[in-house]
Design a protein. Structure first.
Length: 146
């Protein structure tokens, strides 16, 4: 695997192709080992970034590391994470929603609050074309979590 620190730095790259490749490498590594989990706090910082692409990358990497979360860090930040179900950018919201079943899979104690947040999400904040897509993602996530 490439230098993890370099990959993390490139998650902030203005070149979205580079950042996306780094995200995919980090996500893949997270499937196989806990080597990325030590950078969890970085991912938490990312979800509050002004740039929606960076927020999305943080959300995805938090979810990808749920199975390694022996320190229950996700439990501590779950409310902040769930706010992104209705992120100002619907694409970020959709990625957040799609990542939730993986968190629920490894963090069974968080299932009730995840389900509650999904059920109360009002997709009407988005324009008509996005409302249906976000709603469909919510429905799909709820089915996967059950």
């Amino acid at each position: 695997m490439n230098n993890i620190t370099e990959l993390l730095k490139n998650l902030y790259s203005k070149d979205n192709n580079i950042a996306y490749k780094c995200l995919k490498l980090l996500e893949s590594e997270s499937e196989h080992s806990n080597a990325i989990y030590e950078f969890f706090d970085t991912f938490v910082e990312m979800i509050d970034d002004n740039n929606s692409y960076i927020r999305t990358r943080g959300l995805i990497l938090i979810s990808a590391n749920a199975k390694w979360d022996v320190e229950n860090k996700i439990d501590e930040i779950i409310d902040n994470y769930l706010k992104h179900i209705l992120d100002v950018k619907p694409i970020t919201a959709r990625q957040c929603i799609k990542a939730l079943p993986n968190i629920a899979k490894y963090k069974k104690d968080l299932v009730p609050c995840i389900q509650k947040a999904l059920l109360k999400a009002d997709t009407e904040i988005y324009n008509n074309s996005m409302q249906a897509l976000v709603y469909k993602d919510i429905r799909s996530a709820l089915q996967k979590i059950k």
